[in-house]
Design a protein around this ligand. Sequence first.
Ligand SMILES: C[S@@+](CC[C@H](N)C(=O)[O-])C[C@H]1O[C@@H](n2cnc3c(N)ncnc32)[C@H](O)[C@@H]1O
Length: 365
Amino acid sequence: MPSQAATAIPYVPAAPESAPRLVTPEAGTPLPSPVPLMELSSGFWAFKTLAAAHELGLFALLSGGRSTTIDELAQALRIHPRPAEMILTGCASLGLLRSERGRYRNAEISEAYLVPGKPHYFGGWIAMADKRLYAGWGRLAEALRTNRPTTWNPDEQSSLFDGEDPKMLALFWEAMHSLSTMTARALGAAYDFRRYRRLLDIGGGSGAFDIELCRQYPALRAAVFDLPHVAEIAGRNIAQAGLSERIEGIAGSFFGDFPKGYDLHLFSMIMHDWDIDKNKALLRRSYETLLPGGAVAISELLVNDGKTGPAPAALMSLNMLIETEGRNYTAAEYSAWLIEAGFRDIETVAFDAPGANGAVIGHKR
Ligand SMILES: C[S@@+](CC[C@H](N)C(=O)[O-])C[C@H]1O[C@@H](n2cnc3c(N)ncnc32)[C@H](O)[C@@H]1O
């Protein structure tokens, strides 16, 4: 049997208009193909196949070039050969595994991102999507009707970030770190930050942006400004990256005063958590405290100005409905708020990353 190349996994099916049209026996105008609807409505099958294979440790089992047959997998995972066959076939069909002569191995994408302990491990995000977001999305229609989140109870918490469940928090932070490390790398490559010396990463979370930007820009020093329990997590990641000399953690709330003395402010995946008034207030405070000549960067999955997509941003926006009071905004919206706050020379840079497709940057003269 020839080797089967793993193909890319589509994020969403092709636009319905591009599918071939069907001519029906009733004649008249040909109908659009229903295939895109089938693909859309079974999108969660693909996701759950990935999540279950990851949870069972399939990609870890096959790491380092190892391979398995159906029977060997059944034995290794102590499962029946029937589901062993199904999960191997399912993962191969999605491009997560390659198969040759009845033996399955990790495709390049699985080896790079789905093996725990590897530097670019993305499993935290998959586990969080599976264990936290999936249930919340199951109640999306309710969230649309009520304009309330579904992953936590707004009568008991003031925001997603008040969550006390340590298991969920660990999952959330592992997820954010894997997502943001790759996004930070893309931002650092898309924009030239060489003229800046001191970065304040507002709501900096796990410190992923600070670690990556300090690696890319040797003259940069940074501070992760976040809630106390999060600053602690960032501290651990920074120490592990060997950057404690250049990156510090500052515990506090960004709804209070901002630390002063910085020439670069970063808001990454912050503004999509909050409503317009809170975001405008954050940008006003940023302008007031930033050093003259400094800049603020807003890194997000930006919705296009016509509000028709792109799908990753539009769907992240719905994710914000089930998780927060915010939504994903457009570059035009951010630009208008930046100008209102006092910023000038607004620039939008586009890049391709899991957690952002661009950044809107404003300058303080
Ligand atoms: C979606 S995460 C983004 C984290 C990070 N910027 C990134 O892109 O990886 C939102 C962050 O906002 C932080 N946050 C929420 N409310 C905050 C507050 N009042 N003050 C400071 N940080 C806050 C959270 O703890 C979390 O780290």
